[in-house]
Write a protein that binds this ligand. Structure first.
Ligand code: CTP
Length: 404
């Protein structure tokens, strides 16, 4: 699939913050995905990173002043008109104040004032500066002018202090850019639709410290949630225990542990959603009795009696009214037959089959290889792809079915 960044013109303004070193990663990724990138810097930013490294990565000359040493004048108006989007990252407190108040004492801020394209600002500063009322007021003012803010994140700062002020990670900034391009030039059937996605494993408690779980990482479900959110859907992500965090701030993430909790949360939302994609690896059985206290060992054998968990997806299939319902099947043998059986038994619109026999597919991996079976007897066979691309394939089919 063609990248949303293909041929997009991204103008990046770099100011004098230590986070400037991270911009290299962003530029490299944007170029890889087919974007055209031009960079301008404030004079002080050159103390942190060099124009040479940025021009090498962006494949364009880097502008640091109104004039080059050879006397050439740089046209800030022309550059601002060239861009599809202007990103100022990292944006220091000083530049932020200039942008908010219309000061124009360097090339970067003059270009900002001339820009007609959308502007994104990723602030980076120390925690007290970030929390200062004047910074808050400047950010609010810039937002009210129509600029988009990529909020600073929590973490260790260059000062050694820990708090909010770090520039958002390059991949988060990229997600904001992607969001903008998706909503500006791509009509998705998912725009404005409500999606429910489950992800990750479930943990079935044995006692206060032990559980029965599985190796699901949640990566597939999270990738679907990110992609759906990028396409403008309202996403409710119900996830079992996982270390992952959604990148898109608009995703509503609900954390659960057991299958029972997942079932409760799913049915809190099922009625109101347009599409439900159930990628969680739900435990089929749970201990009949959960001990109040940690179970102590002794010399005897130890047996846990298990009872059946509710089949969440099957219940959803039984109660389906208007929803498009998608299930997953993870199989190790008789894959196709088992997947088709689940498609029918659970009253699904389609089922995504992962086979653990495919190397590169399955739990914990960043790649997956899927086959999709639909209730209309269609079969789609995909090659080994990144989980992000697999998410795109799944959602492309969801869009097709919504259109039909
Ligand atoms: N599923 C569910 N509730 C369960 C078990 C599974 O909602 N208690 C859902 C999964 O999220 C997945 C689909 O059902 O979308 C198939 O899950 P899978 O574990 O492959 O199948 P099972 O129905 O559990 O059958 P089996 O374990 O016998 O293969």
């Amino acid at each position: 699939m063609k990248s949303i960044f293909a041929k997009k013109k991204v103008l990046i303004g770099v100011t004098a913050g230590i986070a400037a070193y991270k911009i290299h990663f962003l530029i490299r990724n944007l170029i890889k995905k087919g974007a055209e990138v031009k960079v301008m810097m404030t004079p002080d930013a050159q103390n942190f990173v060099t124009p040479l490294s940025l021009s090498t990565l962006s494949k364009n000359p880097v502008i640091t002043d109104f004039y080059s040493q050879d006397g050439t004048w740089h046209n800030h108006v022309e550059l601002a008109l060239w861009a599809d989007v202007l990103l100022i990252a990292p944006c220091t407190t000083n530049t932020l104040a200039k942008l908010a108040n219309g000061l124009s004492d360097n090339f970067l801020v003059a270009t900002y004032l001339s820009a007609k394209c959308p502007v994104m600002i990723a602030p980076a500063m120390d925690l007290d500066m970030y929390a200062h009322p004047s910074t808050e007021a400047n950010l609010t003012k810039l937002q009210n002018y129509g600029n988009r803010i990529v909020p600073a994140e929590e973490g260790e700062l260059a000062s050694g202090l820990v708090g909010k002020g770090r520039m958002a990670e390059p991949e988060t900034i990229e997600a904001y850019l992607e969001d903008y391009f998706y909503t500006s030039d791509y009509h998705s059937e998912l725009k404005g639709k409500k999606l429910l996605i489950t992800a990750g494993p479930t943990y079935e408690p044995i006692d206060p410290v032990r559980f029965i779980g599985n190796h699901s990482s949640g990566k597939m479900g999270f990738a679907i949630a990110e992609e759906a959110s990028r396409r403008g859907a309202e996403v409710i992500l119900i996830s079992g225990p996982t270390a992952l965090q959604p990148i898109h701030s608009k995703i509503k993430r609900i954390s659960v542990k057991s299958a029972k909790e997942m079932m409760e949360e799913v049915f809190n939302y099922y009625e109101e959603v347009d599409v439900a994609i159930m990628s969680a690896a739900v435990a089929d059985y749970t201990p009949k009795v959960v001990a109040d206290q940690k179970i102590k060992k002794n010399d005897a054998e130890f047996t846990i009696e298990l009872i059946k968990n509710p089949d969440i997806l099957k219940t959803m299939g039984e109660q389906k009214t208007h929803q498009l319902l998608v299930g997953f099947a993870l199989e190790t043998q008789n894959e196709e037959e088992n997947a088709k059986g689940k498609l029918q038994r659970k009253n699904l619109d389609f089922i995504v089959l992962n086979s653990l026999q495919d190397s590169g597919a399955g739990f914990q991996k960043d790649t997956n290889k899927i086959k999709i079976f639909t209730k209309d007897q269609e079969v789609f066979d995909f090659g080994l792809k990144s989980k992000n691309e697999v998410a795109q394939d799944i959602l492309n089919l969801v869009e097709e079915k919504l259109k039909a």
